[in-house]
Write a protein that binds this ligand. Structure first.
Ligand code: AMP
Length: 179
């Protein structure tokens, strides 16, 4: 199996090539087709096996296929338990979208919210967030999740271990029924 076999957009193939990836990892080969088809998916694989690209690449492709260009509501939300993971995931989105006109940003607690609010105000397609800060900014009216098409619970098991269940439920309650 190659990345070409997965029928990715040329801009994504080029970005993947720049990363030096030769072929999709097993979780990528298994996850990319159903995510491209818009299906729900639960993926389990060990750390370091390429899970981030397994969701980031097909999400970017779906966003690009239906890109609106003008105004930018947040269309994909990635929820993850820690600041470190959030930063890593957004870095991945940036790398894979470097040849696409799609934007992402990252929010997490423990730092001032102003720059985060400013970044969101400018318009982003993809938001990577930790649960507490996301709910905070939603409560303050800075973030609208009504146009979310794709929702990812990254490290869902760890999120539960860390006691984020209430925050996660609150986030889910803000999302459209169909996603
Ligand atoms: P992750 O499991 O998402 O944290 O990815 C672990 C590491 O594997 C990261 O450094 C990725 O850049 C790298 N990686 C992801 N997909 C592939 C691939 N198909 N081939 C080679 N390396 C990859």
């Amino acid at each position: 199996m190659t990345f070409q076999d997965l029928q990715l957009l040329p801009a994504l193939l080029r970005a993947v090539g720049d990363m030096g990836y030769v072929e999709p990892s097993p979780i990528q080969a298994a996850a990319i087709p159903p995510v491209l088809a818009g299906r729900d998916l639960i993926g389990c694989a060990q750390t370091g096996t390429g899970k981030t690209a397994a969701f980031a690449i097909p999400i970017l492709q779906r966003l690009q296929k239906k890109a609106d260009g003008s105004h930018k509501p947040i269309r994909a939300l990635i929820l993850t338990p820690t600041r470190e993971l959030a930063l890593q995931i957004q870095d991945n989105f940036e790398r894979y979208s470097k040849y696409l006109p799609l934007r992402s940003t990252v929010i997490f607690g423990g730092v001032g919210q102003m720059p985060q609010v400013e970044a969101i105000r400018k318009g982003v397609d993809v938001l990577v967030a930790t649960p507490g800060r996301l709910n905070d900014l939603c409560n303050q009216g800075h973030i609208d999740l009504k146009k979310i098409e794709t929702f990812v619970l990254d490290e869902a098991d760890r999120m539960l271990d860390m006691g984020f269940i209430h925050d996660v439920r609150k986030v889910i309650a803000r999302l459209p029924q169909r996603r």
